[in-house]
Ligand binder design. Sequence first.
Ligand SMILES: Cc1cc2nc3c(=O)[nH]c(=O)nc-3n(C[C@H](O)[C@H](O)[C@H](O)COP(=O)(O)O)c2cc1C
Length: 335
Amino acid sequence: MRPAHDMVGALDLLYRVFYRGVLARMPEHTAIAIGQWGLRHLPLDRLGIFRNPDPRLAITLGGVRLANPLILSSMYYDTAILRRAMGLGWGAVTAKSITPGPRPGHPEPNLVRIRTAEGPGLVNCNGFQNPGLEAYRSALAALPHRVPLIVAAAGETALDYVRVVAGLQEFGDLVEINISSPNTKLVYGWSTRPGELKDLFRAVRAATGKPIIVKISPDFRETNEEITIPAALDAGIAIVNYGNTRRVDEPRLSQRTGGLSGPALFATTLENVRRVHERFGERLEIIATGGIDSPEKARQVLEAGARACGIFTGFITRGPLLPRRILDALQAEKK
Ligand SMILES: Cc1cc2nc3c(=O)[nH]c(=O)nc-3n(C[C@H](O)[C@H](O)[C@H](O)COP(=O)(O)O)c2cc1C
């Protein structure tokens, strides 16, 4: 155990030095291109060091068994990356939110790094760059599931979600509906028209037998808890992902506004999980997402009532050994 532990620590340190010294100093689009090239082409998924196979870490989410409670949050649609990610220690991997038709996304700059008091984060206005439903169905058909895959849908109308959910559901173990990304007119508007959510949830529920996750925004606390979550439960949807990025102004981005991710979100994520768990109890399974970038933060949200942790920014800023470090810490608590 000790040599493996030391190796995790050494490689983790190496990545942090590389991130701070090299990636964080490059223009964002170069750093992204290098990072994604590495994820796509380096056979990291073949190395056991990224995984902790202790069966005591397993959970169920919507009745689906996950080998551990860590979920790679929605961001990548490239199935070559998702395939590698499935070997990097996650209990499940989420694909990017897909829209009925292809979308080019917003022009660059659409992602910038930000240094907050809590640590390194990102602000993006990606704008749902994705190949659209039909092309993505073909891509997913060739993706083996080494761990459960969560497919994700985004749209403007209930019909958009129904089409995407009906089209993708056969390729996913769970289905996430994104009603919360802040950087387009799509999606974010749902929380400002909460009266329509009931019909949306019913329509989506009828479109698939797979467990459904509703991904909500940290920007609409009252609506989430008074309207969105009760409407989801009424429709037979019992998993909530709380949540997405927080809308902020960011003059460096092409849209001048975007979604903040990373550790600045964490305090709110923890409060949201605690409150929602106290209010809805075991009827609702909660995925805590937003700012989890250390074993201690993962431990705190799980203790507050989350069933699973969603992570994206921490995977970039803290590196691909973050899941392993969290899992080792969770395992140590079980002894
Ligand atoms: C570049 C980028 C693209 C993202 N794309 C999506 C998306 O397509 N669908 C979605 O539900 N969330 C998307 N997210 C949000 C993340 O899944 C996650 O909810 C958010 O970043 C907060 O978690 P974190 O602080 O661990 O990154 C995106 C985030 C980033 C940084």
